[in-house]
Design a binder for this molecule. Sequence first.
Ligand SMILES: *Cc1c(COP(=O)(O)O)cnc(C)c1O
Length: 457
Amino acid sequence: MEKSIPYKIYLEESEMPKAWYNVRSDMKNKPAPLINPGTLQPMTAEELAGVFCDELIAQELDDTTQYIPIPEEILGFYKMYRPSPLVRAYCLEEKLKTPAKIYYKFEGNNTSGSHKLNSAIAQAYYAKKQGLKGVTTETGAGQWGTALSMACAYLGLDCKVYMVKVSYEQKPFRREVMRTYGATVTPSPSDTTEIGRKILAEHPGTTGSLGCAISEAVEAELKLDGYKYVLGSVLNQVLLHQTVIGLETKAALDKYGIKADMIIGCAGGGSNLGGLVSPFVGEMLRGENNYQIIAVEPASCPSFTRGKFAYDFCDTGKVCPLAKMYTLGSNFIPSANHAGGLRYHGMSPILSQLYHDGLMEARSVEQTAVFEAATQFARVEGILPAPESSHAIRVAIDEAIKCRETGEEKTIVFGLTGTGYFDMVAYEKFNNGEMSDYIPTDEELQKSFDTLPKVDL
Ligand SMILES: *Cc1c(COP(=O)(O)O)cnc(C)c1O
């Protein structure tokens, strides 16, 4: 095989993006605004200021600025672990005997093990700049909490993490990494907040959910002086920060004159996928180019493929604003699948609008098939992938196999968001043949849809 494209395409420091790309600026149909559940009016900057940092609110509400400069301090931090490589998966291609050309953008090459550090450092930076003492947040699988702990340690901020109880117990080493970086980690639901106590009283023995941990983290922030709340996905600002992934990917492809046909990413709250595809979607929106974009989600938590496009609460305690998104309902608690980062009931409002407008498609995949793909990938490409990332691997492999059958030489790019070293309990289940594939029934989903807030706008 001719290998004029290197196995790994790296950018020079001077070629790294210096501004984030705001895809909303090129969207004709803007994502719907966050609304205040009391007044049903769009949330104003003043209202959001109770919860979020000022500069991040400005980014959240900015639908028009195309490029937002990345502050020098953040660029400096990025240089510690970026640019991340765009890898040509020659070994996987050979194994699959496919004429497709497969590339993956690998975001697991930092201690937090995922792309989440890209937004964690930005959010911590703006909190610091505003003179805050610290931040509160939730974490599901632990990747966001880990990334934020690292960013806060670097900037000298306090970090309080509410960690979904099941992960807290199943992933003690993740918890310990966070504590090593100086964070305080509380299993959620806890008795340290009113909402936590309420949920514990209503559901004794519950192992928690992301929606519940968000409510606790927001309540904690409201009661603490000098703290704000930060969130690792879903919000426009997070997707904005994650565009470094897509901008680097595009620069690396352009450097070698490569045109992607298909871009694939896993979707939990939508931040990595949104970050990866934004610059490409921008070209589509401006009529310059065309790509097939595929979001991959777990069949156990199918927000895009089976959810409703509606205003919903972002958290279980209903303390957060309403967002219009593809949602399974804020009461939906997905079965205990092993991709904790993909268990959120909702989806980024930006991606929801793009999906609604037909700019991207979505597929749901079952857990066992995901781990089959993860294992296959690990054995030929060397990297042990995170279960979340392996959703994208599954569909990339499926598409490459289709190319083998049709003889098409498609160029497939997918996001490899992180490594799976803290997910060995999941791999163990798979290796023991004990993994199950739970898919919610229509009746279960309907029960949750019935509780969607009745918002008529
Ligand atoms: C959090 C996480 C995801 C999913 O979150 P998005 O906001 O949808 O990107 C995917 N992969 C990894 C490794 C994660 O940590």
